[in-house]
Structures are given as structure tokens and as C-alpha cells.
Design a protein around this ligand. Sequence first.
Ligand code: GLN
Length: 278
Amino acid sequence: MKYNEALNKGQDILVNNGIKDGKTDAFLLISHVTKKDRTFFYTHGDSEELNTGDEEEYLSLIKKRVSHIPLQLLTGKADFMGLEFLVSDKVLIPRIDTEFLVEEALIDINDGADVLDMCTGSGCILLSIMKYKNDINGVGADISDHALELAGKNAENLGISNARFVHSDLFTEIQEKYDFILCNPPYIRSGEIDGLMEEVRLHEPHAALDGGEDGLFFYRKIAEGAKEHLVYGGALILEIGYDQGEDVSRILKEEGYGHIRVLKDYSGNERVVKCLKS
Ligand code: GLN
């Protein structure tokens, strides 16, 4: 089968099985297997034959994608902030929503700052900050050893040698004070997890999604714990669900934070809350 025939075949299978973005996904899968880019498909896709091994591997990935396994778990990697991160089914796949958190944090964070990323998962938030700023003293904390191992590999792949990853149940093992604490905690209401798309519900770790009955469990814990670990005037920057701005602001106010601001992302959804320890 020629490259373009295989590509079209995979695209038809995904689209006919109702996979949203099936056309793009098929391209990303064939490109992952064959290591060929768009230009190759335009210039040689109609003339060159795909070897049988690659064809089989690609079609088996297409079949898996039909069963709603997320694309990033099939390729083992995700793009985030223009960087490549390894992912697995034990960490939340980096989302475009979280790029907004990082962009907002990058506005405030100065070179040389001490930064803690709580619930670091793949490490995507911390490592992006460290990549795009200079001399950051960066620590990522997570309760999952698997996440910490993956985050460590991501640091290595990105050439970041000074990131530290710490096993900690929220702040239990954190000793130092930081200029910035960032966090994308689990924030989905427990009762809403069953309604999420299959990719998320069946293939992503619920521990990284489930924010308890009202979705706010971790915000309460983090608002309380971060106070002890921010320098005076230090900033706490949190990702939130689109309908949580008011509740999270109230929690932060009750804990004594100042300058609380809820920021909307490019889709117009409330997505980030910033505040200062005052
Ligand atoms: N935004 C994520 C989702 O919709 C949830 C991420 C989280 O709980 N931190 O799946």
C-alpha cells in the first residue's frame, strides 16, 4: 500500500467511527510509525510504498484509537508549550488549557525565582517554566512515584538538569519557601467523571481528575498549605475549571490571600486564579 493510501484508509476508519479530529490523528499516527513528515506525504506519498511492518503497526494503532485510547497514549508523547513530553496512563495528558496557566505564570515569574509545581504529573508545567526562564530553582511534587519518574525523564530529555522532583502528599514533604507555587490540581466533581469523554474517563488516572464531591477538595488543601511555603508577597497560581472562579476565590480569601484575580483563557472560560500571600 502507498503511504497516502494508508493515510486515507486510517482517516476513513477514524472518521467513520466518530473519532473527533480523526483526520489529524491518523496523520499523527502514521507519521509516528514511519517518522515521515507532511512534506514527505505531499511529495512522495502517492508513489512510495509503505513497508509491511509499518503498515501493520499503523493499522493496529488506528484500531486502538477507534477504541478511544487517547492519541498521546498511543504515541507515548504530548506536545505542550512547543516542547515534547513523555506521557503514560498514570499521569494526566498535558492539555492546551494548561498552556494558559504556564503563559500567565511566565508573565509573573522572574529569572532566578524559586518555583514549586504541586501535583506535577508529567512535569509539563515546571519544565516549561524552567525552559523558558533562566536559573529557576524548580521543584515538582507529586504523590505518584510513577509521575515523578516520568517527570525526571522529561527533564532529562529537555536538557534540564537542575529540576528536583519530590515525593510528597501535597505539602507533607515540602520544607522550603517559594516565590511561586503553581498547581493544576484534580478539580472535576466526583459525580461528573462518568460523563467525561471515553478517552479521559477510561484511559486517564482518576486520581489526577477527581476533586471530590464539589471539585474543590484540593483547592482548600492547597490554599491552606501554600501559605506556609510562600515567601511574603509570593504568588499562588492555580488552574481552575470554567465554573470554579468564584468558589476558588472565596477559599483563597478565607485563607487570607490578597490580590485575587480570576483570568479567562482564549475561549473566554475562567481558567486561572492568581493571588499573593499578603
Ligand atoms: N481540564 C481537565 C479535563 O477536563 C481536568 C484537569 C484537572 O482535573 N486538573 O479533563
